[in-house]
Design a protein around this ligand. Structure first.
Ligand SMILES: [Mn+2]
Length: 294
């Protein structure tokens, strides 16, 4: 099996971060099919584009923060049915899962296991769509509603939202989840917004990153694209600042390789994971504090 290039550890036992692929899209209603091929595609592209070969030696294309200090193990792909068993073990062992989907409904299954173990979760939900429908359940459009028993809505945030349905606007107001749209970030300024986000978050921060939060000009390979999205640099700085508050897990979902352009979206997914891993043990409060370390 091809592993993600950031996997640097030979055994599950000694790992701190566990990469898990969920190659399933059975609860998507999207017209565009193909998110189930994303985990393997992202692994393959990470080996091609974030890895350089010189004199038969592999060299990784690190972020400016340098080599991740953590032990990262790629577990491979597992089925939707095995999520409870595998994630119960991961959370019990105090490890942090980094999941690659797959359709976004898989996040609900992970949050269930996490919530059972740790109590209410502060969910950071990067997405173009609120995924907060309640009239239809148990699919990629009802992730937030289905997760309500396991999250604290008041300490949860949505980032990148720009195409809510009427029913979702009602639910957002009813449950009091804070929403930060791409226009909010542009209008109020990045520093204001990051302070607002961090002040909302409570214990047990879990980041769910739907790749469609990013503008389709940067991330065309997603199952439900929406124009006027986040710039990847903005998303990366947000991701790193939130990660430094301490996270219990992260996922990156909805990459759809069949609709990608030259695998740019898969490559961006690999970079986002490396940026997150680089932030775990390095102090990054804002972009200008990132320095290349010798
Ligand atoms: Mn989503």
């Amino acid at each position: 099996m091809e592993t993600l290039c950031w996997s640097n550890c030979k055994s599950y036992r000694e790992s701190e971060y566990v990469i898990v692929g969920l190659d399933d899209e059975s609860h998507s209603h999207a017209i565009r099919k193909g998110t189930s091929s994303a985990p393997d595609r992202i692994r393959k592209i990470s080996k091609e584009r974030d890895t350089y070969i010189e004199n038969n030696l592999e060299s990784l294309a690190y972020t400016n923060s340098g080599k991740p200090q953590s032990k990262i193990f790629d577990l491979g792909n597992i089925s939707r049915q095995n999520i409870p068993f595998v994630y119960e073990r991961i959370f019990s062992a105090g490890k942090i899962p980094i999941t690659i989907g797959g359709d976004h409904s898989l996040t609900t299954e992970i949050i269930k296991e996490l919530g059972k173990k740790r109590g209410p979760i502060s969910l950071v939900y990067f997405d173009a769509h609120p995924d907060f429908l309640s009239s239809t359940r148990n699919f990629y459009g009802s992730v937030i509603y289905d997760s309500l028993p396991y999250i604290n809505p008041k300490s949860s945030v949505m980032i990148g939202i720009r195409s809510p349905e009427l029913e979702e606007i009602v639910n957002i107001k009813k449950y009091g989840i804070s929403v930060f749209s791409p226009e909010d970030i542009q209008f109020y300024g990045f520093k204001q917004i990051i302070n607002d986000i961090l002040s909302k978050l409570g214990r047990n921060i879990y980041i769910s990153f739907d790749m469609d939060c990013i503008d389709p000009s940067f991330a065309p390979g997603v199952s439900v694209p929406v124009p006027m999205g986040l710039n990847p640099i903005t998303a990366s700085i947000l991701l790193k600042n939130i990660t430094q508050c301490g996270i219990v897990g992260m996922d990156i979902m909805e990459v759809c390789p069949a609709f990608d352009i030259q695998d740019n979206t898969s490559h961006l997914a690999s970079r986002m994971i490396s940026e997150l891993l680089s932030a775990v043990n390095n102090k990054v409060k804002n972009s200008d504090s990132i320095k290349i370390k010798n």
